[in-house]
Design a protein around this ligand. Structure first.
Ligand SMILES: NC(=O)c1ccc[n+]([C@@H]2O[C@H](COP(=O)([O-])OP(=O)(O)OC[C@H]3O[C@@H](n4cnc5c(N)ncnc54)[C@H](OP(=O)(O)O)[C@@H]3O)[C@@H](O)[C@H]2O)c1
Length: 355
C-alpha cells in the first residue's frame, strides 16, 4: 500500500504516516514511484517557512496537515504521456511519500516541468524534473550524494560567488552561523580559496569538534563566545536564523558589520528576539540565490556558469565523505528520521530514506 508522511503545518513536532490508494495516470499524466530522498535541516526550513514562501503548496494535503518537500529520485511507474517512458528515473522535488502524480510539459532530453495547476505559480526551479543520466551530470553510484548535496552546495557556491562579486562588501572576516551545516561548510570550502579572508565558524558546543575537524574554518567559536570575535570589517552569513545570536553579532560588531545575510533557519525554535531591522550595523537581508544565478547566466552564459558549479561540486564531493557518512533508512522509518532531523541530527551524518 502506498504511504504518505504528513506533518502539522503549524506544529512540525506533530507527524503521521497514512496509507493511501495507489495513484493512476489520466491522459498526459505520469506516476512517479519515489525511490529515495535526502532529509536535512533545509527540509525543516521548508516547513518553518512553508506559509511565507509557499512550500506547502507543492504537495497539498487535507486539513491542517502538510507535506514537506524533499530532494529525491523516482522511477516512472505508469505513463499516459507519449514522451515519458515507464522505467525512466528523475531527480527533483518530491513529497515524503511513495508516489507522486505529475503532468509533464516542456519535455526535452534533460527532463520535464510538472505543469500541474496547483504548482503553476510556484518558483520554476522546484517544478523541474531532471532525467538521471551521465549526460545530465549524475555520476553512476552517487545518487545519494546528488540528492543530499546538489541543492545545498549549489547555494554554497552561489553565496561565495555573490560575496566575491561584491568584493565581500569590504569585509576581511566572514562569520558563518550554523557552521556545522552542510550548506555552511560547503561555503567555507569555497571561501578558503579566496585570499586575505578570515573565515569564522559559529556553532553549538556539541558540534565544535566536528567543525574544527573539517579544517575549513580559520577560527571556530561557540554561540556563547560571539563577543570574543575580533572587531574588524565583517560579514555575517547566517544559516542558523537564531535571533539571539543575530542580535549579539550585530551589537558586538556594530558599524564593523558590513553585511548581514540570512540564508537559513536551522535554529527554528529560537526565532524570538530583537527585530532584525532595528539592529545596529548592516541591515539584515535574505539571500536570494536565483538573482545571482540569473545575473551570472547573463554575464557568462548559463552553460558556463552551470559548468563552474558542476566542477566545484565534483571537487567538494571528492572530499565530503571524509566528514559525513551517508546513512540509509527504509521508508517505514521516515517518522523517526524526520524527528532526528527536526531535533538536530549529528552533523557527521547524511540521512537518506529509501522507498
Ligand atoms: N536560502 C537558500 O536558498 C538555502 C539553500 C540551502 C540551504 N539553506 C538553509 O541552510 C540551512 C542549513 O541547511 P543544511 O541542510 O545544510 O543543514 P544540515 O546540514 O542538516 O545542518 C545541521 C546543523 O544545523 C543545526 N541544527 C539543525 N537542527 C537544529 C535544531 N533543531 N536545533 C539547533 N540547531 C540545529 C546544527 O548546527 P549548529 O550546531 O552548527 O548550529 C546542525 O549540526 C537551512 O536552514 C537551510 O534552509 C538555504
Amino acid at each position: 500500500m502506498p504511504t504518505q508522511f504528513l506533518t502539522q503545518r503549524n506544529d512540525l513536532t506533530q507527524s503521521t504516516i497514512i496509507d493511501c490508494e495507489p495513484l493512476s495516470a489520466k491522459p498526459g499524466e505520469v506516476v512517479l514511484q519515489v525511490d529515495r530522498f535526502a532529509l536535512t535541516a533545509n527540509n525543516i526550513t521548508y516547513g518553518v517557512a512553508g506559509d511565507m514562501i509557499g512550500y506547502w503548496q507543492f504537495f497539498p494535503a487535507e486539513g491542517d496537515w502538510g507535506r514537506i518537500p524533499v530532494w529525491g529520485m523516482a522511477t516512472v511507474s505508469a505513463s499516459e504521456h507519449p514522451s515519458v517512458n515507464v522505467g525512466d528515473r528523475y531527480y527533483g522535488y518530491f513529497p515524503m511519500s511513495s508516489e507522486l502524480l505529475v503532468k509533464p510539459e516542456k519535455i526535452n532530453a534533460r527532463g520535464f516541468v510538472d505543469a500541474v495547476e496547483h504548482r503553476s505559480q510556484l518558483p520554476a526551479v522546484y517544478n523541474q524534473y531532471t532525467l538521471v543520466s551521465i549526460e545530465t551530470g549524475f555520476a553512476p553510484n552517487l545518487d545519494n550524494h546528488a540528492m543530499l548535496y546538489r541543492p545545498l552546495f549549489t547555494t554554497s557556491f552561489v553565496l561565495d560567488d555573490f560575496f566575491a562579486d561584491n568584493d565581500f562588501f569590504g569585509a576581511s572576516q566572514i562569520i558563518l552561523g550554523s557552521a556545522s551545516s552542510k550548506t555552511a561548510f560547503g561555503l567555507a570550502f569555497m571561501l578558503r580559496k579566496r585570499a586575505g579572508l578570515q573565515v569564522i565558524g559559529l556553532t553549538s558546543s556539541a558540534n565544535v569538534a566536528f567543525v574544527n575537524n573539517l579544517g575549513l574554518y580559520d577560527e571556530v567559536r561557540t554561540y556563547d563566545d560571539v563577543e570574543a570575535i575580533k572587531s574588524a570589517p565583517s560579514a555575517y552569513i547566517d544559516m542558523a536564523g537564531n535571533r539571539g545570536v543575530l542580535s549579539r553579532v550585530h551589537h558586538h560588531l556594530n558599524e564593523q558589520l558590513r553585511n548581514s545575510c540570512g540564508v537559513g533557519i536551522t535554529h527554528w525554535e529560537d526565532r524570538d528576539g530583537e527585530a532584525p531591522e532595528s539592529l545596529p550595523g548592516a541591515k539584515p537581508s535574505m539571500f536570494f540565490a536565483p538573482s545571482q544565478i540569473m545575473k551570472r547566466h547573463e554575464e557568462l552564459g548559463g552553460a558556463v556558469y552551470q559548468q563552474q558549479i558542476a566542477e566545484a561540486t565534483s571537487e567538494f564531493l571528492e572530499q565530503v565523505d571524509a566528514w559525513v557518512k551517508i546513512e540509509e533508512h527504509p521508508l517505514a522509518e521516515v517518522q523517526s528520521v524526520y524527528e532526528t532531523v527536526l531535533n538536530g541530527a549529528k552533523p557527521d551524518s547524511g540521512l537518506i530514506v529509501v522507498g
